[in-house]
Design a protein around this ligand. Structure first.
Ligand SMILES: Cc1cc2nc3c(=O)[nH]c(=O)nc-3n(C[C@H](O)[C@H](O)[C@H](O)COP(=O)(O)OP(=O)(O)OC[C@H]3O[C@@H](n4cnc5c(N)ncnc54)[C@H](O)[C@@H]3O)c2cc1C
Length: 398
């Protein structure tokens, strides 16, 4: 298509939305449905859904190419909103850790401690046990301090040290306390990974849910397109940007560091590979964990697909690296972003935060409320300008 044809076919466009993940898709849906505005969603990837995209592999198994995505939230607003576009399959994720030749529950609970140490503690005794092994540290500064202070050195070595070194490529003693701000431990036998009120998977998968959200005559989707290819060719009024914030500003304050992952997907001719959705390997192997999709999706199939996760320094941006320097660099980008009245920055990459899916949906819904208020103010001003002009009043009276 020629440049002028491109411009003509998108004339009357209200919003250019960069990114078709949760942030971009929720905003496209809201702007089109609730405000009747015209939006174009562009994504440089060949699919919608961002990192939550799922698809069937060659064996016909539903997989998550960007790693296992488990939906959980305490927000009824977020759950109700998404429920307009999907039905749900109840699912409570379980994770086991491969430690000392055993598979034990993560987060650490009563069963974990009893199995590992050959004990028969009660819940009350487990509290005493944790208190007796915790090494009290007055000035908690690093991730190591946080964990050792709470569960002592042996559990720290068994569950956290190796995992963190693999995940971040750094020793927990070098990482800020905020990385492991909270160490979830349970003195009961609750083996669920999450305890949120709403825990469920989209019944037909995430991609079907995104398709339903974006299915509106006011929404156009353009895939395989970096927004830079079209940003000056298409007459947009406002932009929603959900890509990396440093890239938007041409890295003028430096590159915000990310930790990446390499996914190795494997299909096996067996019905079940492991007893739960995810098994963590804190101490052995180069990968951090293996997830088996059939637990998560509930699919029945004679084969099974699993994914290994290998942390990497280079690659797609997945986890913002939480150091003070990086937070300071982001603050400078944030100030630039806040100053832009024509662009709204939403989502995990645009705000340099590790957010779960529900947090991104909540952030997008909040951004929408602000944008709606702005549109309502603009409409009110236009109506008041019209009614102040006597020529318009005479016209509307006739
Ligand atoms: C391994 C892993 C596992 C996770 N598991 C869970 C989980 O179990 N539960 C949970 O709640 N959350 C999980 N998350 C977090 C979840 O992936 C995010 O919360 C969610 O995907 C964020 O949505 P988003 O729209 O902000 O970003 P994204 O999904 O990353 O979407 C941004 C989109 O912008 C596009 N884009 C970027 N730059 C450009 C450009 N220049 N031009 C055009 N398009 C561009 C990208 O291609 C991408 O599609 C996990 C994350 C990872 C990395």
């Amino acid at each position: 298509m020629s440049n002028s044809a491109l411009s003509t076919s998108f004339s009357g466009l209200d919003y250019l939305i960069v990114g078709a993940g949760f942030a971009g898709s929720v905003l496209a849906e809201r702007l089109a449905h609730a405000l009747d505005l015209r939006v174009l969603v562009v994504d440089k990837r060949p699919h919608i859904g961002g990192n939550a995209y799922d698809r069937h592999d060659d064996a016909g198994l539903l997989i998550h190419p960007y790693g296992p995505h488990i939906f959980h939230t305490n927000s009824a607003d977020v759950f109700d909103y998404l429920s307009r576009y999907t039905q749900w399959r109840p699912y409570q994720h379980r994770v086991l850790g491969s430690v000392d030749g055993q598979l034990v529950p993560i987060p650490i609970n009563l069963d974990t401690v009893n199995s590992l140490y050959g004990l028969k503690l009660s819940s009350f005794e487990m509290e005493q046990f944790l208190e007796s092994v915790a090494e009290k540290i007055d000035d908690v500064r690093t991730s190591e301090d946080v964990v050792v202070n709470k569960v002592g050195r042996d559990l720290y070595n068994k569950f956290f040290r190796g995992y963190t070194r693999k995940q971040w490529g750094m020793d927990p003693s070098e990482l800020d306390a905020s990385v492991t701000a909270r160490v979830p431990t349970r003195t009961n036998r609750d083996g669920r990974y999450f305890t949120d009120t709403f825990q469920a998977m989209p019944a037909q998968g995430y991609t079907r849910m995104f398709e339903a959200m974006l299915n509106h005559p006011n929404i156009k989707v353009m895939l395989n397109t970096d927004y830079r290819e079209i940003v000056n060719l298409i007459p947009w009024k406002q932009m929603i940007y959900t890509g990396p914030v440093d890239s938007f500003f041409d890295f003028k304050f430096g590159k915000l560091p990310y930790r990446s992952l390499q996914f190795q997907h494997v299909t096996l001719p067996v019905e079940r590979f492991q007893p739960v959705g995810t098994v963590n390997y804190p101490n052995d192997y180069a990968y951090t964990r293996i997830s088996e999709f059939k637990h998560i999706t509930g699919q029945t199939h004679s084969s099974t697909s699993i994914v290994y996760e290998y942390p990497r320094a280079q690659g797609d941006p997945y986890y913002p690296v939480p150091t003070r320097e990086n937070a300071a660099m982001y603050k400078r980008y944030e100030a630039e972003a806040d100053a832009r009245t024509d662009v709204t920055f939403v989502g995990r990459l645009a705000t340099y935060k590790y957010y779960n899916m529900d947090q991104v949906v909540a952030q997008a819904l909040t951004a929408f409320k602000r944008l709606r208020a702005r549109h309502e103010r603009q409409d009110a001003q236009e109506i008041s300008a019209l009614t102040r002009n006597p020529a318009n009043i005479a016209l509307s009276d006739t």
